[in-house]
Design a protein around this ligand. Structure first.
Ligand code: B12
Length: 211
């Protein structure tokens, strides 16, 4: 089994203690951080499919997520970083009712690398907390919302609309997460959408440039 296949297999199996060492070994072997990340994202896709098929349950999903998070910690210093300039503050959180944070954390990492100061509100964030964070932080240029469940899509809508209705200005909004589409972003009045962490960083810069 190649080292990349091994990273994928051990993330899937939730081997929290083994994954960091394997990720380091993959890096040492000359694999790009972005490629190793993709392998781990693919592993989570397999985990999701197995969950859908009833082959594994929530605890297995959770330990796979923990294993991936440990791997990401090793990758973090190796991800592209052009944060010389400051593009302003970005507030980000996973919306109310939703506990998924791997995608959010990756998006935070990439938007931070693009030159933003990040404020992470965590998971299960009520709409009002996004509004409060815009008031409490300086130079907020972007507010980013993550939602992974079809059942929390209405919470995405509520949160985006709460910041829009707050009367606060000077920032753009961006949404994302597996069930989210550009059409949904348009429908709920979010300024932007991106399908993954890499394109989220590009979209973030583009949105803020148009302010
Ligand atoms: C790990 C996981 C969990 C873990 C989460 C741990 C954690 N710390 O995050 C735990 C075990 C807690 C969990 C719980 C549940 N989960 Co879950 N989970 C997953 C799983 C396997 C992986 C998610 C993940 O991390 N993917 C990897 C990351 C990198 O991808 P991502 O999150 O999509 O993020 C990328 C993009 O979407 C995008 N993005 C994300 N956010 C944002 C934001 C912005 C602004 C932008 C621009 C882009 C962006 O960029 C990211 C990076 O590229 C998925 C399956 C899947 N294929 O997604 C199911 C999945 C999301 N879960 C699911 C379900 C049903 C649940 C539960 C309801 C199960 C239950 N019966 O209890 C609970 C809900 C708990 C809750 N209230 O939130 C379903 C959702 C189905 C649906 N359509 O709604 C899925 C799809 C599994 C399935 N196939 O059925 N889960």
């Amino acid at each position: 089994m190649s080292i990349m296949e091994e990273v994928k297999a051990k993330v899937q199996a939730g081997k929290t203690k083994l994954v960091p060492g394997l990720v380091q070994e993959a890096l040492d072997g000359g694999n790009k951080a972005e490629d190793i990340l993709q392998v781990m994202v693919d592993a989570m896709g397999v985990v999701g499919d197995k969950f859908s098929a009833g082959e594994i349950f929530v605890p297995e999903m959770l330990i796979a997520a923990k294993a991936m998070a440990k791997g990401v910690e090793v990758l973090k210093p190796h991800m592209a970083n052009d944060s010389a300039s400051s593009l302003g503050t970005c507030i980000m959180g996973t919306v109310a009712g939703d506990l998924h944070d791997i995608g959010k954390n990756l998006v935070i990492m990439m938007i931070e690398s693009a030159g933003f100061k990040m404020v992470d509100l965590g998971v299960d964030v009520p709409a009002q907390k996004f509004v409060d964070a815009i008031k409490e932080n300086e130079n907020v240029k972007l507010v980013a919302f993550s939602g992974l469940l079809t059942t929390t899509m209405p919470a995405l809508k509520e949160a985006v609309q709460a910041v829009k209705a707050s009367g606060l200005t000077g920032f753009k909004t961006i949404i994302g997460g597996a069930p989210v589409t550009q059409e949904y972003a348009d429908e709920i009045g979010a300024d932007g959408y991106a399908p993954d962490a890499g394109s989220a960083a590009m979209k973030a810069k583009e949105l803020v440039a148009s302010l």
